[in-house]
Write a protein that binds this ligand. Structure first.
Ligand code: FAD
Length: 381
């Protein structure tokens, strides 16, 4: 496709966030050009689980999944050596979908909607009228930076992150095996997690998350013996992919006519399984702001969209860092499945965040009681 010399909106980065933002802008009547240095379908290290509110946000953009493009999951299950806690989504299921399949679905929809796409097109900078490529430029009214966690657009726009947050390493590998569960399973071990997403009738995706950066798939049997038993005889498919999982927030995600979306605008630890959902929700909010010619309203909407998931990420990262806390929290979640379900409903936007406070309180009391129990027993002896 020929890259135009002039358009309304240029989106830098044609990953999930960029394509969703392009669809949202197009839905609001703008001419849009997406530029990406790679070629579709673009693969990436990802747990490949899409939450129900992410599916709903995509539906608003006219993107739907056919049977066979992924595998539904009905909730989240936390597992460690001794405990299992699980909760179902309140209504719609989530979907496990291979990253390349998701990307192709988004590319097809963008093309059907008349979004102009330029692949193998690296943006080298911004200029006063638009964006610059190696040997050409595109003039535009709006610039959307969707160039991922290490965003250069963010840097060019002078939108520094509040902090660089905690960084962990993520590895992803697919296995040919019939999914043994219709939950996304998060297996917890000291300082690391393995989470399992069913992505097809005979295929699962495992993402390993680790702070020490030493974990590999060869360590599954020693670090996650319960999980590795399910993988006996399972054939690994394709290559292992790695990526950084960071929690990073910005004070502002817009400047002048530039707006950031997806990981460029904020990235959340992969343990939440929320990165894609945030990107799709931000994209619809950005489309509405462009239509109003009011990017400041996107800044406000972006803060609102990120608030609850970032809080959840902090709680989950605390469980990662403090083994004792993780044990009592899993025990409390297992003992109070109703509270776990309501928290999950809040996490996927089906309940008001304020309503979660009572559940957090109930779980904290339960956790405190179980933490105190051995001490009291010792005193009694
Ligand atoms: C290990 C791991 C597991 C995860 N698991 C999940 C999960 O289960 N569920 C979930 O929802 N999220 C998950 N995430 C998060 C999710 O993968 C990200 O939030 C998502 O990829 C963000 O998409 P994006 O479009 O913002 O960025 P990216 O996917 O990184 O896309 C950015 C694009 O910009 C392009 N680009 C960059 N610079 C330029 C340039 N100068 N010119 C042109 N193009 C450029 C790149 O080629 C790329 O295609 C996980 C992340 C990790 C690391």
């Amino acid at each position: 496709m020929v890259i135009p010399s002039k358009t309304d909106v240029v989106v830098i980065g044609g990953g999930p966030a960029g394509l969703a933002a392009a669809l949202a802008a197009r839905q609001n009547g703008f001419e849009v050009c997406v530029l990406d240095r790679a070629e579709p379908p673009i693969d990436k290290a990802c747990g490949e689980g899409l939450m129900p509110d992410g599916i709903a946000a995509l539906r608003e953009l006219g993107v739907a999944f056919d049977i066979g493009q992924g595998r539904p999951f009905r909730g989240i299950r936390f597992i460690d050596d001794h405990r299992l806690a699980q909760a179902c989504f309140p209504a719609e299921a989530g979907i496990g979908v291979r990253r390349t399949v998701l990307h192709q679905i988004l590319v097809d929809r963008a093309q059907a909607m008349g979004v102009v796409t330029g692949w193998r097109a690296t943006v080298t900078g911004l200029d006063p009228d638009g964006v610059a490529l190696a040997d050409s430029s595109v003039r535009c009214r709006w610039i959307i930076g969707a160039d991922g966690a290490l965003s250069q657009v963010r840097q060019w726009a002078g939108l520094a992150p509040l902090d660089n947050g905690r960084r962990r390493v993520g590895l992803r590998q697919h296995f040919r095996v019939k999914p043994w569960s219709d939950f996304v399973e998060v297996h917890w071990a000291k300082g690391c997690q393995a989470y399992v997403t069913p992505v097809g009738p005979d295929e699962i995706c495992i993402a390993l998350l680790d702070t020490a950066q030493k974990l590999g798939f060869a360590d599954l049997a020693t670090r996650f013996p319960g999980l590795s038993r399910h993988l006996e005889g399972a054939e690994p498919i394709g290559v292992v992919r790695g990526g950084l999982s960071a929690s990073r927030r910005l004070r502002h995600v817009t400047r002048g006519r530039i707006a950031l979306v997806g990981d460029a605008s904020s990235s959340i630890d992969a343990i939440t399984g929320d990165g894609l959902t945030l990107a799709f929700r931000q994209a619809t909010a950005l489309g509405a702001a462009l239509a109003k010619d009011d990017l400041a309203s996107y800044d406000v909407a972006h803060r609102r969209i990120c608030r609850m998931p970032f809080l959840m990420a902090q709680l989950l990262l605390l469980m990662d860092q403090r083994e004792g806390l993780r044990k009592v929290a899993l025990q409390a979640l297992a003992a109070r499945p109703d509270s776990f379900s309501r928290l999950l409903a809040t996490h996927v936007g089906a309940r008001h965040p304020a309503a979660a406070a009572l559940d957090v309180l109930a779980l904290s009391l339960r956790a405190a009681a179980s933490a105190a129990r051995p001490r009291n027993a010792a005193i009694a002896r």
